[in-house]
Ligand binder design. Structure first.
Ligand code: KG4
Length: 328
């Protein structure tokens, strides 16, 4: 069978990324131009600045992705951009570029949901992984438990009712003075501390999550006890949110009868979370987690998800619009 090459284009937040992936599983190139340094001084992503920098980067990043893959536009079978969820101005840059390219080189346009991309990061890391499985998606914009029934068929079993877990990590980092992006800094500092501070866990009757309570508790503790040990606070926060994640994940596994779990999204790069989830293997659950470089935003995962959309027959027209709150 002929190989299928998808060109993934990702610009939903602060990474401009373009990748070429073969048959949904093999990375030929994955160029990531991160704007972290630019947004660092503002303490978070500034949407307008993100859009402008995507515009500046997109042609250069695409050219490099083709060069790294040693192909040209003619070799591509489908152009697969992220069209949501994300920052609307940022999404529009990658999507408009993809639409113009599709028109100019006469190749199919196949839109990809960013969350579907985070799930697909696991297909690149583990060639043997196939649906059905449970996916815990933990990122800067989303926290969801997803029953992945097939490559393009999903059921959301639980989601956050307020903050995404990555937002809570970033906020905790900011209040304890670690700066942006917070997740990796909390991860690092927590290693020097003890999880000896009691923090509130939110229990909801179904599989939903809530992180605003623990976030506020950390803010208040830090405010009321300025000399509190920051490393202990980070370690305690990380341990408590991980317990919340694991409790709901176990319930979802029980409810669905699934024995395979994949995690994904930027927060799945957290070393403590990775270790704790691996322990589920002792309970007869097969646990998958993407390579570290595929946890945070990248276009290879988008090209992988785009491949599955493409082979299932999905095609989009040039009026495809960016959808900031796109659902799976
Ligand atoms: O998946 P991602 O790159 O963007 C979205 O699609 O949302 O996730 C970014 C989030 C940020 O909140 C960042 O702080 C968090 O992932 N993150 C981490 C770690 N690395 C990135 N959170 C905890 N520990 C980490 N090691």
């Amino acid at each position: 069978m002929k190989d299928i090459l998808t060109l993934g284009i990702e610009s939903s937040c602060d990474e401009t990324s373009v990748a070429v992936v073969k048959n949904g599983r093999e990375i030929l190139s994955n160029v990531i131009d991160s704007q972290i340094k630019i947004h660092e001084k503002y303490g978070g992503v500034v949407p307008e600045i993100a859009s402008r920098n995507h515009i500046e980067a997109i042609s250069r990043v695409t050219k490099k992705a083709l060069e790294d893959a040693r192909i040209n536009f003619n070799d591509i079978d489908a152009i697969t951009p992220t069209y949501g969820p994300g920052l609307v101005g940022a999404l529009l840059v990658g999507l408009s570029y993809a639409k113009a390219l599709s028109f100019a080189i006469n190749k199919p346009l196949v839109g990809v949901n960013h969350i579907q991309g985070h799930i697909a990061a696991n297909y690149i890391t583990y060639k043997e992984l196939e649906p059905p499985f449970l996916c815990l998606l933990i990122s800067g914009g989303n926290t969801q438990l997803i029953h992945v029934k097939d490559y393009t068929e999903f059921e959301i079993l639980g989601k956050t009712r307020d903050d995404a877990i990555g937002e809570a990590f970033d906020k905790v980092a900011r209040v304890v003075g670690l700066g942006y992006p917070g997740g990796p800094k909390v991860d690092k500092l927590a290693k020097e501390g003890q999880a000896n501070i009691e923090l509130p866990k939110t229990h909801i009757d179904n599989l939903d999550f809530s992180f605003s309570g623990i976030k506020t508790a950390v803010i208040n503790l830090n405010h009321n006890k300025p000399d509190i040990n920051k490393a202990d606070l980070c370690a305690s926060f990380q341990k408590t949110v991980t317990e919340m994640l694991i409790e709901n994940t176990k319930m979802a596994l029980k409810q669905t009868g699934l024995k395979t779990l994949a995690i994904g999204g930027g927060v799945s790069a957290n070393s403590y979370i990775r270790n704790e989830f691996l322990k589920l293997e002792q309970e007869n659950i097969k646990v998958y987690m993407p390579d570290m470089k595929l946890c945070t935003d990248n276009a290879a995962m988008i090209a992988s998800a785009g491949y599955y959309n493409f082979v299932q027959g999905k095609r989009d027209k040039l009026d495809l619009n960016a959808v900031p709150n796109l659902k799976l």
